[in-house]
Ligand binder design. Structure first.
Ligand SMILES: C[S@@+](CC[C@H](N)C(=O)[O-])C[C@H]1O[C@@H](n2cnc3c(N)ncnc32)[C@H](O)[C@@H]1O
Length: 305
């Protein structure tokens, strides 16, 4: 069992004495350090800047830590979660059931937003923090990391820039969300700032949405070996942004101090300039024992109409 009590205390102000423990999922392992996970970034954004809504869906909830936070933080009344894998979905539903307080919970298996589209489900908020690195069907079968996606699952999506910058799953969600969002609904995306932010903003606006950053921070690169190798390989005609983090900054990230500033994303990246390295350098420095990080941007995309 994994204890996510501290994650809930630091993000949705959970203040009860009972500990919150969940079963681990195969598709994404919750890390011991709170801020080594994606869920605290998403939850901080939703909790501090969101307000409560009726219907919220989470694509790829993994073990359901983000979904538990949504419930504990009174962010949504009805919750809809998905996982690619049947076993992970059952496990997430089991993890979630003690926290539902009689409210509605629906779980589906399926690719991207298809489970919602197929059922005609309309949502106020869709949350996604899908993996960025494409791998083959065969490799995906063996993969237990949350950093990779099956390229077959996104075969019908084409966007040259999104592909080059390893953002294709986020682009796919933007396309599909149009069929799922209510008229004033929004898609909340947690994106690693390894790419120039104007690429993300242009991708969102290019699909006809308005763009707003709701939370930013810095995250230590988890699974560094395999992730940095993949980014270094994709660094052909472009460069990614990583940061060689000095030890005092790693401490400040782990304690949640950096995230309290919630700086504007561009300012945050500018402030980190002197630590900035590309993916190839990041891989080399990691192999020499340096801690590598990247910025995180929780972005809200909503329909202009
Ligand atoms: C970075 S993990 C995040 C897990 C969870 N949201 C959390 O914060 O703990 C990404 C998740 O996306 C899921 N995923 C990958 N490709 C997907 C796809 N095509 N459709 C739906 N989910 C997918 C993975 O199974 C994994 O659980």
């Amino acid at each position: 069992m994994i204890d996510i009590t501290d994650m809930m205390r630091q993000t949705v102000n959970y203040s009860k004495s009972g500990r919150i423990k969940i079963n681990p999922a195969d598709s994404y392992s919750i890390k011991d350090n709170v801020w080594d996970n994606w869920a605290p970034f998403v939850l901080s954004g939703l909790h501090k800047y969101g307000g409560a809504v009726s219907d919220l869906g989470i694509v790829g909830t993994g073990a359901g830590a983000d979904a538990i936070g949504v419930k504990l933080g009174f962010i949504a009344y009805n919750l809809f979660v998905t996982n690619l894998d049947e076993n992970d979905l059952s496990l997430a539903l089991m993890n979630l059931s003690p926290y539902m307080g009689g409210r509605s919970l629906q779980g589906y298996t399926g690719n991207l937003l298809e489970p919602f589209i197929e059922r005609g489900i309309k949502l106020d908020i869709i949350v996604e923090n899908l993996a960025n690195i494409p791998i083959s069907d065969e490799e995906f079968e063996l993969e237990t990391s949350g950093s990779f996606f099956n390229e077959q699952h996104l075969a019908s999506f084409n966007n040259e820039l999104a592909e080059a910058y390893l953002l294709l799953p986020h682009y796919a969600c933007l396309v599909q969300a149009k069929q799922v969002l209510k008229s004033r609904g929004r898609l909340v995306m947690a994106i690693g700032g390894r790419v120039p932010l104007d690429i993300v903003k242009n991708m969102v606006e290019g699909e006809g949405y308005s763009y707003k950053e709701i939370f930013t921070g810095i995250k230590v690169q988890t699974e560094p070996e395999e992730v940095l190798q993949s980014y270094a390989k994709a660094e052909q005609k472009l460069e990614f942004d990583f940061y060689a983090l000095p030890p005092h900054m790693v401490d400040a990230i782990n304690l949640g101090i950096v995230q309290q500033f919630n700086m504007d994303g561009e300012r945050l990246k500018k402030g980190l300039t002197r630590h900035r390295i590309n993916a190839k350098e990041a891989l080399r420095l990691y192999e020499q024992g340096k801690t590598i990080g990247h910025t995180v941007h929780v972005v809200s995309a909503w329909n202009k109409s």
